[in-house]
Design a protein around this ligand. Sequence first.
Ligand SMILES: Cc1cc2nc3c(=O)[nH]c(=O)nc-3n(C[C@H](O)[C@H](O)[C@H](O)COP(=O)(O)OP(=O)(O)OC[C@H]3O[C@@H](n4cnc5c(N)ncnc54)[C@H](O)[C@@H]3O)c2cc1C
Length: 492
Amino acid sequence: MRVKLAGFNVDAERLRRLAGGGDLTPETLSAAYARISRSPLAIDRLRRQSCRDVEKARRSNQRIIFAMGHHSVAEHAVFNFDLIGVSRLALEEIEHFRLASYTEKSQRYVTLEGELVRPSELRDPALRALFQDVTGRQFRFYFKAFARLHRLLRRQHAGLLSNAAGQRLVEGWAKEDARYVLPLAAGGQVGMTVNARTLEHMFRRWRLSPRAEVRRLAARLHALVMPVAPSLILFPEPSAFDRESFAAMDGLFAALPVRVGRPAVAGPRIVAASEGGDDAILAARLAVRRGLGLERARALFAGLAPAKKRELFREFFARVQFFSAMPREFEMADVTFQATVSASCFAQLKRHRMATLLSGGYDPGLGVTLPPSLAEAGLEVEFHRIMSASDAAYRRLRADCPAAADYVLTNAHRRSVLMRMNLRELYHFARLRDDEHAQWDIRALAHDLAALVRRRMPLAAMLLCGKSHFAEEYEKIYGTGPEGSAPIASSD
Ligand SMILES: Cc1cc2nc3c(=O)[nH]c(=O)nc-3n(C[C@H](O)[C@H](O)[C@H](O)COP(=O)(O)OP(=O)(O)OC[C@H]3O[C@@H](n4cnc5c(N)ncnc54)[C@H](O)[C@@H]3O)c2cc1C
């Protein structure tokens, strides 16, 4: 066996210094790997050939991707981007993609200094003044709320203030709740790692964005990436299908007899789920281990006594720890739920990539999420006053400059989501989010969802809970604690 480190990502500024004007591109890796399937040469020799003649490597990439449709070779080229000064609203479109990695400045940990992205669609001076006025009020209230909450929480948690970590924790709680009044126009930054194939897909989507900010971002990234990897980004333009298919369908929806009533608000509601999720997981395992047809395996478990099935899962989970990843068989059971979530909750929810997440637009008609601490600090009335001003500005912009309207809504505004997760991902989600270190809004969603899923799949989901409660839940089943380490208290 020969194993070689063929490449890794290095800071672009260092690369430029090292290259001294030489031709630096990740395309040679894609070109060499693309030739593996047909060439008798060892991969390291293919790589050397690609590096010797970069133009030839580029032509080869274009032929293989374009003519043969062997698109996956573009995944071997990976880029890192610093995206600075983008709005919270644009971040939602940026982080929409599953096959990419993001790390974002959290509004939970950073005190915002009034950073704001003004949408370039706002050309009318009166609308600009409106935007400036409402976002100014939101930011001023943010600072006031933060100071008030910080004082309140310091009083309530005086015991935590003896060390710097405790002080940071209390300050984080104040920021976490004060941020609900910040507009979606608030600026943020994200580090994004993405391969050329996903990047091309992003370009196609972002060029269709209703927001100039996102379209401009696509143009900037395209300009940055094309000199480095021209042979890997071949289809950045949206097709007629991308552009028009939903518009055509939505047009026909208008003729359907749908009564528009009050939107259904609330916590998670399971609207679809695998029939017999517990059996589905057991049957999948048995079918592949014993070479049975899945229908036969399902029939076998359908007829098995519940106590026997419980025994199988008890045995399976006996060695589980709070950090254990569930195996693929758990993907055979899934649930689909609907919920109404705040923008703040959505910002966290969307980061769970191994799921299908569809969302409606922000809608002031769905109400707002008031952090209980703001009410406790006596700020409820002022909070609602700011929300009313935000709604009024939204309505005006919606009529006169629709692309700018969402920017003045806040982290407290809501949208509805339709989300499907399999039980493997649900375990991961619950461990992180139904946990005492999770932010309260998404924690409430995760907690309610876990309870609903446990009712549907009482055996396979018997340990579906946050990591902070894992030992307790384990003990309820086994009468003794789990083996191994306890979760580390996170400062996040
Ligand atoms: C308390 C807390 C604080 C946080 N603070 C911040 C913060 O300040 N800033 C910030 O940006 N985010 C923050 N996050 C979000 C966090 O970093 C994750 O993005 C989010 O929790 C989604 O979880 P995940 O990435 O593990 O997996 P998911 O996207 O849910 O995917 C499930 C699993 O699939 C695998 N997987 C998915 N994609 C990949 C991939 N590309 N490569 C390898 N494996 C993959 C991993 O095993 C992963 O655990 C925070 C989360 C928590 C719980």
